[in-house]
Write a protein that binds this ligand. Structure first.
Ligand code: NAP
Ligand code: 8YV
Length: 319
């Protein structure tokens, strides 16, 4: 009997790290997948794969640098699992003609939900109040301390981009006023502040949702936190690098700002234990986009970009 089925040639793909299981499973089906983190000798594995590797899928926050790109001279596309690409050397990619893609837009809602949850939990202290009930303190010590309302307060958005605009839309439903700072003023119905200190001065809650990287490193510094003041709150869903973390810790400890809600840190997942002592900080493990639905959509878009490129078509979300 003649087998009419054509053997489908799969493209080779390097995946840099273990990530979302459903996405990895799809990659195993669609590609000849090389799992870089499982290779006992990474350099030897890269050398062996180099002649055939045109695509690399990146997940997590390890560096994708010029050395890695040079180890793969036939590389044409780096597809990132995530919208932020601060861990990828974009200049090195550009110099080598390598396309970089991200997972823009599909995570806007979840990340904005998380930002609002951090605002709500930081001002209303719900996680701390939950601990109070579980510890039996309601019965022995009475009513939990009074907290702070969102309604009527001003939310300052540092980085009114795709996600920032979704945060603004949600904050309006909580009857908050909105202001923002970007490098470029936008055509939006919210007041613009020309710099971060002015934004911090004019708001009660400052939310950072800019890209990371050298351009935004430490833009939330002592001057910004001074402008926010002892009644002000800081929420970070951008990158840990955006805030001067030792200064933030000091300001929280000394009550020079009222509180902070954080999804991101220096050196994740090695969070500075000094944060654990603070009653005025709400801490999440970089989980803003981490729902089954959104991570599946991110993986779908990452794979779609790779397949589009390898079939000679334009990618969907280039950086
Ligand atoms: P986006 O649409 O590009 O928005 C970024 C905004 O930041 C833009 O409005 C941009 O405006 C502003 N910006 C950039 N550089 C700035 C600077 N130096 N000073 C002030 N404003 C600046 O990006 P997005 O899709 O909303 O994502 C934003 C970032 O959120 C990502 O890059 C990532 O770091 C972070 N993120 C975190 C999570 C998480 O899990 N916690 C999830 C998703 C995304 P101008 O260009 O006019 O300055
Ligand atoms: C992910 C993120 O946690 O999209 C981003 O920029 O920070 C998050 O959605 C991360 O990229 C997963 O590796």
């Amino acid at each position: 009997m003649i087998n009419n089925k054509k053997a489908v040639m799969k493209h080779d793909l390097i995946l840099t790290a273990k990530g979302h299981p459903g996405t990895q499973k799809r990659m195993e089906q669609e590609f000849e997948l090389i799992k870089l983190w499982e290779q006992p000798d990474r350099a030897a594995a890269l050398k062996a794969a180099a002649p055939k590797i045109r695509a690399l899928a990146h997940t997590g926050h390890s560096k994708v640098d010029a050395t890695l790109m040079d180890a793969l001279p036939k590389l044409e596309i780096i597809a990132n699992f995530g919208v932020g690409v601060d861990q990828i050397d974009l200049d090195a990619a550009k110099q080598r003609g390598i396309i970089v893609t991200n997972t823009a837009n599909v995570l806007n809602d979840c990340v904005a939900d998380c930002a609002i949850a951090l605002v709500l939990n930081t001002l209303r202290k719900f996680p701390q109040a939950d601990k109070y009930v579980r510890a039996g303190l309601w019965k022995t010590q009475g009513t939990y301390q009074f907290t702070t309302s969102l309604g009527g307060k001003t939310l300052g958005i540092l980085g009114l981009g795709r996600i920032g605009e979704e945060i603004a839309a949600r904050a309006k439903a909580f009857k908050m006023n909105i202001r923002y700072h970007n490098r470029n003023k936008k055509d939006v119905p919210y007041p613009y502040d020309p710099d971060v200190v002015t934004l911090a001065k004019n708001c009660d809650v400052l939310v950072a949702i800019t890209p990371g990287g050298p351009e935004t490193k430490g833009i939330v510094n002592a001057a910004v936190l001074d402008a926010l003041g002892p009644q002000g709150y800081f929420v970070n869903v951008a990158r840990g690098s955006v805030v001067d973390q030792p200064v933030l810790l000091k300001y929280l400890r000394d009550k020079k700002i009222a509180g902070a809600g954080l999804d991101v840190y220096y050196d994740e997942p090695d969070v500075d234990p000094a944060f654990f002592e603070l009653d005025n900080a709400v801490l999440l493990p970089h989980m803003a986009s981490a729902t089954n639905e959104t991570r599946t959509a991110m993986g779908g878009l990452q794979i779609e970009n790779i397949l589009l490129h390898l079939s000679g078509k334009p990618v969907k979300t280039p950086v």
